[in-house]
Design a protein around this ligand. Structure first.
Ligand code: FES
Length: 229
């Protein structure tokens, strides 16, 4: 005999239309459960690519909430809207030709100076980054600090979508990370040494052994690998 299991549901609204969806689904799965098909605004489904930036409201709450559709669970009374794209201009530049001694961030993105320190950018970041802090560092030309503070940025652009000064924070931060990597990061001597060792065939035998290992043993070795603290 088939026993019917009751599925707990929540009520959500997509583009104003009401749906009952199982509790515990992510926004992305709830949209698909409701019959929508993602053609854009989706990528990795794992919280890394930043493609699924979503804006929503909750009943009785005036705030506009921002999150990633693939990482956020639906809530009862959620009003969802998909944005067709995140409007934020990315400047064109040639990394090799940038004048990095002055402040290339401010040169390319003068709108940084319009920051009114409202902190909306930090509040809308699904990665919980201190976006306003790295904007302040960018205004001061502290490339390394911007690169470090924005290291976990996934370029979803939700900060830019909410910014009253129309600053494209994620593009500014990406430029800072590029400049830091190209001009300021210390040389990685151990990496160069290891690349040379690999090129000289020092690990050929070990690699050959790994390639020929049965899958189970390979998995076991992977599970028990040494992990740096
Ligand atoms: S689909 Fe890539 S972050 Fe959500």
């Amino acid at each position: 005999m088939n026993e019917k299991t009751e599925v707990e549901t929540v009520e959500i609204f997509i583009m104003g239309k009401r749906y009952e969806v199982p509790k515990g689904l992510t926004i992305m799965k709830a949209m698909e459960y409701s019959g929508y098909q993602y053609v854009r605004g989706v990528g990795c489904r794992g919280g890394f690519c930043g493609a699924c930036a979503t804006i929503y409201r909750l009943e009785g709450d005036y705030k506009l909430h921002t999150d990633l559709a693939c990482q956020t669970t639906v809530q009862d009374g959620m009003y969802l809207t998909q944005l067709p794209f995140t409007p934020a201009g990315r400047e064109q530049y040639d990394l090799e030709e940038l004048e990095v001694d002055n402040n290339p961030l401010l040169d390319l993105y003068p709108e940084l100076a319009r920051c009114v320190s409202c902190n909306t950018c930090s509040k809308s970041c699904p990665q919980d980054l201190e976006v306003m802090d790295f904007v302040n560092e960018a205004i001061r030309g502290n490339i390394k600090e911007v690169a470090e503070l924005s290291f976990d940025c996934i370029q979803c652009g939700l900060c830019a979508a909410r910014c009253p000064a129309e600053i494209p924070h994620h593009h500014v931060a990406q430029l800072a990370r590029r400049i830091y990597g190209r001009y300021q990061a210390p040389e990685s001597e151990h990496l160069e040494k290891r690349v040379k060792e690999i090129a000289n065939g020092q690990f050929d035998d070990e690699l050959e052994e790994l390639v020929n290992l049965p899958k189970e043993e390979l998995e076991e070795r992977y599970e028990n690998r040494e992990i740096e603290e």
